[in-house]
Design a protein. Structure first.
Length: 108
């Protein structure tokens, strides 16, 4: 076993210094947009998959599925802004700076 290891890593290395064992690098994968365009753009019965999904969601919303209606409205008009009101006291913790990170306003 030691002999095989020496052939790979030792004096009998099969790659010259500075030469890569994988000169082309990792193969590039298609982008998520390309994959989604391929999947959702597939045409069946005269409709794309994206159209079929939206029609199914519309039909569910018409039948009273609130989540389906919310899905459609959120995608069409954007999610409604939520306001959050905070009350009570807050605690502020001031941590000392690590050595070497002096404050610009400190006096020498």
């Amino acid at each position: 076993m030691k002999g095989n290891f020496e052939n790979i890593r030792g004096k009998g290395n099969r790659f010259k210094k500075g030469e890569s064992g994988n000169p082309n690098g990792r193969p590039k994968l298609p982008s998520m947009k390309t994959i989604m365009d391929s999947v959702l753009g597939d045409i069946q019965n005269g409709k794309s998959a994206a159209e079929a999904i939206m029609m199914a969601m519309r039909n569910k919303a018409i039948k009273g599925d609130v989540r389906a209606a919310e899905f459609i409205i959120d995608r069409a008009y954007g999610k409604a802004k939520e306001s959050i009101e905070l009350s009570g006291s807050t605690n502020v913790v001031i941590m000392p700076k690590p050595p070497g990170e002096e404050d610009e306003t400190s006096e020498d």
